[in-house]
Design a binder for this molecule. Structure first.
Ligand code: PLP
Length: 416
């Protein structure tokens, strides 16, 4: 048993794995109480885009904290939220005219699902079923888990999860089977299809091509099935463009954003929707409004951080930084991929992933051994079983990237 009363997420405390205490962070580095400098190779669970303690974001948070900390958002508003909603509608697809705030990626997905069902209720159609893609992950609340892959991590809660229609993942060479399955499922009038565009993250870093995403969108449109893009992970440049959907020319009916929305500094999420979905909840009938809130909806300090993130995207060469990081990752991945232990080396934008041969699955024994191996080399890398992925902040330098790839190569050599 640990001395600390803290219960950590996705952590088996009985294994007594060391839990470093981080005292401060800057750029791509974390500093621990025992004097170590750790390279944050996964952007602290995929959130930190412009680096830790980004001065623009930190200044915005400090200034806002001195002005307005928190205000109920039902029936009240504040300038940071107004500015953020306008800023988002200006840079996201123009069809997405409305912005609903929440606090995490999971809640942005919950809101998306509730908006979809509210839309169909308003239309007087009995549509409830949600279609999902195999291997998906959309969060850990009950609704978000329901639309994600089933497995050991949600087995205990299975009785609480609702039934969904699962479309096979469009693996290379099997894309048509996916599209056929989606077409057939859409013909039965489901409410919506939710997807992680181009990259299924926590489900194993599975990449699929833009033309498949575009065709999936067309099928949904043809059958009047709402298309929900969960860009919680892929948004804010991770896949090379601001949104992954951009690469396929896809505009969703509902868009979920979080993680990099505040540059990764503070929790905030939005669910953006088309005018038709907003109008389905609009009127003078109080029984028709959108029934969702949390105490901290659109917290002003979080909104100020997100406005600073938008300013960074507007004023700094973020797209160049992303292209540069993608190129620097590509060179190192190419070299690593030659290792005989490596299989399925892949990349999308700033993210790379490889698999270690001879092991399989999220609970494969190699996972914790890799974690310990990287930890001992002062690297924050958190493999998904035998899949090791690299998703650093955009400001990471070559020396730190070299350390990451050298350690993965060394793990291939030394871990049997
Ligand atoms: N959706 C996707 C695609 C994610 O990758 C994640 C988290 O990794 C979530 C939703 C859930 O976000 P959060 O952990 O902020 O609830």
């Amino acid at each position: 048993m640990s001395d600390s009363p803290v219960w950590h997420p996705f952590t088996q405390h009985g294994l007594r794995e060391p839990i470093p205490l981080v005292t401060h962070a800057e750029g791509a580095a974390l500093y621990t109480s025992d004097g170590r400098r750790i390279v944050d190779a996964i952007s602290s669970w995929w959130v930190t885009t412009h680096g830790h303690a980004n001065p623009t974001i930190m200044a915005a948070i400090a200034e806002q904290a001195g002005t307005l900390d928190q205000i109920i958002f039902a029936g009240w508003t504040h300038q940071p939220a107004e500015d953020l909603a306008r800023g988002l509608t200006a840079i996201m697809p123009p069809e997405l005219t409305r912005v609903f705030f929440s606090d995490s990626g999971s809640t942005s997905v919950e809101c998306a699902l509730k908006m979809a069902l509210g839309y169909w209720l308003d239309r007087g159609e009995d549509r409830h079923r949600i279609l999902v893609l195999e291997h998906s992950y959309h969060g850990d609340t009950i609704g978000a888990m329901s639309v994600g892959a089933r497995g050991v991590f949600n087995r205990a809660y299975a009785p609480l999860l609702f039934d969904v229609g699962t479309i096979p993942f469009p693996a290379a060479g099997r894309e048509q089977a996916t599209l056929d399955a989606l077409e057939a499922a859409c013909a039965a009038h489901p409410a919506a299809f939710i997807v992680e565009p181009l990259l299924l993250g926590a489900g194993g870093m599975h990449i699929y091509p833009p033309h498949v995403l575009a065709e999936m969108r067309r099928i949904c449109a043809r059958h009047d099935v709402l298309f929900i893009a969960d860009e919680v992970m892929t948004g804010w440049g991770r896949t090379g463009t601001l949104l992954a959907c951009e690469q396929a020319g896809v505009v969703p009916d509902i868009l979920c954003l979080s993680k990099g929305l505040t540059g990764g500094a503070i929790p905030l999420a939005v669910t953006m929707a088309t005018e038709a979905i907003y109008q389905a909840h609009y009127g003078t009938d109080r029984a028709r409004m959108f029934f969702h809130s949390s105490s901290y909806t659109a917290n002003p300090i979080a909104c100020a951080a997100a406005n600073a993130n938008l300013a960074i995207w507007r004023d700094e060469p973020v797209r160049d930084r992303i292209a540069d990081l993608a190129a620097r990752q590509a060179t190192r991945l190419e070299a690593l991929a030659r290792h005989p232990r490596i299989a399925n080396a892949r990349q999308i934008g700033t993210i790379t992933a490889v698999e270690l041969r001879g092991e399989d699955g999220y609970l494969s024994q190699i996972g914790p051994r890799l974690l310990a191996f990287f930890g001992a080399r002062d690297l924050l890398l958190r493999p998904l079983g035998n899949t090791v992925y690299v998703m650093p902040p955009y400001c990471i330098d070559d020396a730190d990237l070299d350390r990451i790839y050298a350690a993965i190569g060394e793990a291939c050599d030394r871990l049997g």
